[in-house]
Ligand binder design. Structure first.
Ligand SMILES: Cc1ncc(COP(=O)(O)O)c(C=O)c1O
Length: 391
């Protein structure tokens, strides 16, 4: 029994599966088990050298150690404008950009800026947990849009009742998707923009994996759809693109009214990222395409090792077109959680149970391919030795 009573918003939050998993990992490590941890999507690649050099230089400038400006560093904003044009062929102005302390911070605060207790929003599942935990923290109710392998993990917007869509305030999308590695077509985004306009919805597009794609199948920005800026705010992350997860940097672009609201809530909560890291991120956006190509090639190799490995153990998985995740069914007789525990106990390989990404993740596990090629090969060999097969 705790001495101090938590606020309802925290007390009522569903259990965080990944905190539970942390406990299991700590226990296994304490018992001397050698773990191969494929749970957290913290990239394996390093930031561009230009970014590290820019960080060191900025650290020596006294101005870097002051509070950052609420409006954002002008060099950073200019680099975001160029980056968006060059990478996604989208045109944004300075007043259409918010600088974020990582995209998770921006996303959850954005939910707080627009959702009152009792409000609803439309959320495809399975999805990155902040897209339902953030709204629940704000007192809102996520309406689940079920997705599955059969429909390419794209929600069927035609199935949503008009009254439900009219009442909702937000439609959240994130393609490429964590955890399923699904990608969306241009036609789907066109439909989503039209649907959002018809039902007066804010359209959030979480584009954290924008640069993590394979075989030249480049994902598109939702803002590249004509008219999308009327309803859409898109969140970008430096964590995955530039291997800067620990730096905490991201940005949002899109509808200026939505951007202003996000900045307004943030002025009451933080002062933005550390100025020196903003200078480094500015340099990262000016790096050459070779850096990104090398990064993608690295994850493609890991993907191929792991998918071929699981397929040699009875799975029948397609190679994902994007992200560094693999979403796979658990063998018969297991739940997502019981398979995760079994794998940990028998092999020391740690994966994420699908239920961590919503109830519709039951029956699946997610692998984050963010360790060395040798470790990824070793993980497969451990499964083989332990007789773990898909059947
Ligand atoms: C889909 C998605 N969005 C956002 C984030 C948060 O990224 P960050 O806050 O590091 O920018 C993650 C992190 O794993 C993610 O998978």
């Amino acid at each position: 029994m705790n001495k101090f009573k938590l606020a309802d918003r925290l007390a009522n939050l569903p259990i965080y599966i990944f905190a539970l998993l942390d406990g299991l990992k700590a226990e296994a490590s304490a018992q001397g088990q050698d773990l191969i941890d494929l749970t957290i999507g913290a990239p394996d690649h390093l930031p561009p050298q230009e970014a590290i050099d820019a960080l060191i230089k900025a650290l020596k400038e006294p101005v870097s150690h002051k509070y950052s400006s609420f409006e954002g560093d002008p060099d950073f904003l200019a680099a975001v404008i160029d980056w968006c044009k060059k990478q996604y062929n989208i045109k944004v102005e300075k007043n259409e950009i918010a600088t974020l302390v990582g995209s998770k911070e921006g996303l959850v605060h954005f939910y707080f800026a627009y959702l009152n207790p009792g409000d609803t929003l439309l959320v495809p599942m399975p999805i990155y947990p902040s897209h339902f935990r953030g709204p629940i923290l704000a007192g809102a109710e996520p309406i689940v849009l079920p997705t599955s392998e059969q429909n390419g993990f794209l929600p069927d917007l035609d199935l949503i009742d008009d009254s439900i869509a009219d009442k909702a305030k937000i439609l959240t999308l994130t393609y490429p998707t964590n955890p399923t590695a699904a990608v969306a077509t241009k036609e789907f985004f066109v439909k989503a923009v039209k649907f959002s306009k018809k039902h007066n919805l804010i359209l959030i597009h979480d584009f954290a994996y924008a640069e993590l794609y394979f075989d030249n199948q480049k994902p598109i920005s939702c803002l590249s759809i004509p008219g999308a800026k009327d309803v859409c705010i898109e969140f970008h992350s430096f964590s995955k693109t530039f291997g800067m997860a620990g730096w905490r940097l991201g940005f949002a672009v899109g509808n200026p009214e939505l951007i202003t609201a996000l900045k307004n809530i943030k002025t009451n909560l933080d002062y933005g990222p550390f100025a020196a890291t903003v200078k480094a991120a500015t340099a990262a956006m000016k790096t050459n395409q070779e850096y990104l190509e090398k990064m993608r090639a690295g994850y493609q190799t890991k993907r191929d090792i792991f998918v071929d490995g699981l397929n040699s153990l009875g799975w029948n998985l397609k190679k994902p077109a994007a992200t560094f995740y693999l979403w796979a069914p658990v063998p018969e007789g297991f739940t997502a959680m019981s398979f995760t525990k079994h794998l940990l106990k028998e092999t020391g390989v740690v994966v994420s149970p699908g239920v961590g990404f919503g109830k519709l993740g039951e029956g699946y596990f997610r692998v984050a391919l963010v360790d060395s090629d040798d470790k990824i090969r070793a993980a497969i060999e451990r499964l083989r030795k332990a007789g773990i097969r898909y059947a």
